[in-house]
Design a protein. Structure first.
Length: 222
């Protein structure tokens, strides 16, 4: 779970807090700069706070790295070039932090290629991070269904899928895909993930729970 600045201040030592103060100040300075120049838009121009992003685990501890990186991205109001650069050049941990923060940035659907890239991997850390609130808000129906199946295939708990119940509601195509997946697993002598039944129940239960239409009001002629 990502921690707030206040929570981090209560857990970090003095040197780590000082480092974080400096890193966030650099990020805030970059956010205040005019971004219209060609250097700011270049995918190769990395502001100083991006170097801090990579060093977060070393200075604040691996257990706090995701939270620190999230704070840096938000404080910098990271635009797509920065987010893409940090993802493409980063380690798996640095990529995960990008994915976990996407919904807190004003990117619209422009960062979907990063989510789609993560979903093509078999790294369960990246897959779990990719199906968070940003994917729930921006993945189209086709992409979202395949993201759910990817979780089942890689044994990522379906509880990681943000807004699962809402998006699964009444999705008959997802239900069909789940049944096909279960049939393939059974035919191959492999176990069916318990999460599959959970998602299938959501598609069926929500559809069945839809209220019946109210009877028409009687007319004067009836």
């Amino acid at each position: 779970m990502l921690k707030s600045r206040e929570e981090l201040d209560g857990e970090l030592g003095g040197a780590a807090r000082a480092w974080l103060d400096e890193a966030l100040a650099e990020a805030a300075h970059d956010a205040a700069r005019t971004r219209s120049g060609p250097a700011a838009d270049s995918p190769y121009a990395a502001p100083p706070w991006e170097l801090r992003y990579a060093a977060a685990g070393r200075h604040c501890g691996l257990e706090h790295a995701d939270s620190v990186r999230c704070l840096l991205l938000v404080e910098a109001r990271a635009a797509l070039p920065s987010v893409t650069r940090l993802y493409e050049r980063g380690t798996a941990a640095e990529r995960r932090a990008v994915l976990l923060t996407l919904h807190r940035l004003a990117l619209g659907p422009s960062a979907l290629p990063l989510v789609e890239d993560a979903l093509r991997t078999n790294d369960t850390r990246l897959v779990a991070a990719a199906v968070g609130p940003y994917a729930a808000a921006h993945l189209d129906a086709h992409g979202w269904r395949h993201a759910v199946l990817k979780c089942l295939f890689t044994e990522v708990p379906v509880e990681a899928v943000a807004e699962l119940a809402r998006r699964a509601q009444g999705d008959t195509e997802l239900a069909r895909m789940l049944r096909d997946f279960a049939a393939e697993r059974t035919a191959a002598g492999r176990t069916v993930p318990a999460g599959l039944r959970t998602v299938l129940a959501l598609t069926e239960a929500t559809a069945a729970a839809a209220p019946a239409p109210a009877p028409a009001a009687p007319t004067e002629e009836s």
